[in-house]
Design a protein around this ligand. Structure first.
Ligand code: FAD
Ligand code: UDP
Length: 388
């Protein structure tokens, strides 16, 4: 019982949601215990040097991008940034051959695939002829057919999506493929957010700095049930899976998982882009990332990470589909009736959040608890490379 009286709040999960909540609560004068069942900080954004000294993202490539000045200002108190604009190539099955082209689809993509030399207006006109107008845009299939038509849909989206989610795009919410725009100009950036950068020292260092406060205690390698968490403090911040909090009472929520394969190569650069998407359904993985191209680390070797989607294992993605939402809504109704628990983050809110959205959600929750955000701080950008 001694432990029960020591903390004002216990935060379950040391990812970006948990770290933001803990930092804000501590700044508001509360004592906080942060617990994570893994042996490291930063949740799925965790990065570390592998045995060869190459900084990798253990759970897949994490690129920070945001349109929120408030989130950028907040995180900038704990990190400098390395400017980075993400670019992706897609290997697509195309008319009996394989092509490596920019994704999102842009002018360069179209001209390469169709063997044309169209300007922007020409590409827009071609897409207008190719598209299959759909209304309403209810599913992920509708979104892509409506934008680019069937041939490009089959090449870029159908196989990749079926691998990634284990479902057809027609069974997924429109928002999934709506993450990927279609362009008729030469912009080949994956994101268009006003702020795009990598934390200069990585995500683990960022989270470590967020939690480096006398009022915060961190315990790694400890799995907490909801009951065990409530026994530790009067307030629980839950960033683990929403269904797990309720012992899956209404049945498990669907989650999509990944298996990561990290392969070291004794070369400086192993592939033509930081990330290559594999859109052909017959390739068992969805993408390969080369982290040195993202972090800017200069190293004699490189490590490639491949993502193999699977149903079992760690929950990485909530599934944006109608029946999953219906079940999540039942759990959300129950969560709203838990006065001593805050549910925040990608797993706890069962939302397909990017990192900045997770931090924004946590800042909002913390504010409701009386921990207002401090004034904005300057964004420090520096072009230094990490590692070496
Ligand atoms: P998490 O990072 O999942 O942290 C939750 C933590 O809680 C975990 O560490 C877990 O171990 C712990 N936990 C859970 N249950 C318990 C328990 N019972 N007891 C103790 N601890 C527990 N976002 C971007 O913005 N840009 C990207 O490029 C990007 N790429 C991604 C690539 C992949 C492959 C994946 C899977 C996600 C990506 N994301 C990206 C999303 C990003 O990972 C999330 O938005 C963010 O990390 C979620 O933070 P979180 O704190 O909510 O959850
Ligand atoms: N997608 C696709 N082909 C691509 C890129 C994306 O079919 O080349 C679809 C796929 O369904 C994917 C979704 O668009 O899950 C969102 O892509 P994003 O790269 O944002 O996924 P994440 O990085 O979250 O895994």
């Amino acid at each position: 019982m001694a432990e029960a009286t020591r903390f004002d709040a216990v935060v379950v999960g040391a990812g970006l949601a948990g770290a933001t909540m803990a930092e804000r609560l501590a700044c508001a004068g509360r004592s906080v215990l942060v617990v994570d069942r893994r042996d490291h900080l930063a949740g799925n954004a965790f990065d570390h040097p592998d045995v060869h000294g190459v900084v990798i993202h253990r759970y897949g490539p994490h690129i920070f991008h945001s349109n929120s000045d408030a989130v950028v200002a907040y995180l900038s108190r704990f990190t400098a940034w390395r400017p980075y604009q993400h670019r992706v190539l897609a290997r697509v099955p195309w008319r009996g051959r394989s092509e490596l082209v920019p994704v999102p689809i842009n002018r360069i993509t179209i001209n390469r695939l169709y063997g044309t030399d169209l300007d922007s207006a020409g590409v827009a006109a071609l897409l207008e002829r190719l598209r299959e107008p759909r209304a309403p845009l209810a599913t992920s299939e509708d979104v892509v057919l409506n934008a680019v038509g069937r041939e490009l849909y089959e090449a870029f989206f159908r196989g990749y999506t079926r691998k990634q989610w284990g479902r057809d795009p027609s069974e997924l919410d429109a928002a999934v493929t709506a993450r990927i725009p279609t362009r008729s100009d030469d912009d080949d950036r994956y994101f268009t957010d006003s702020f795009q950068a990598m934390p200069a020292d990585g995500y683990a260092a960022l989270v470590e700095r967020m939690l480096a406060q006398p009022r915060i205690q961190v315990e790694l390698g400890r799995d907490l049930s909801a009951a065990a968490a409530h026994a530790l403090a009067p307030l629980v911040v839950w960033t683990g899976p929403l269904d797990v909090y309720f012992a899956c009472d209404y049945g498990p929520l669907p989650w999509r998982s990944l298996r990561f394969e990290h392969e070291h190569r004794p070369v400086i650069c192993a592939q033509a882009a930081p990330v290559i998407n594999e859109c052909d359904a017959s390739v068992p993985f969805t993408r390969t990332s080369e982290l040195t191209q993202i972090t800017g680390q200069v190293h004699a070797g490189t490590t490639l990470t491949r993502e193999f989607p699977q149903d079992h294992g760690e929950p990485y993605y909530p599934v944006p589909a109608p029946e999953a939402k219906a079940l999540a809504d039942r759990y959300r109704t129950r969560a709203a009736a838990e006065p001593a628990t805050i549910f925040v983050g990608r797993l706890a809110q069962y939302r397909y959040f990017n990192m900045d959205q997770v931090v924004a959600a946590a800042l909002t929750q913390a504010e409701k608890l009386g921990a207002p955000p401090d004034g904005p701080s300057g964004v420090r950008l520096h072009a230094d490379r990490v590692g070496g």
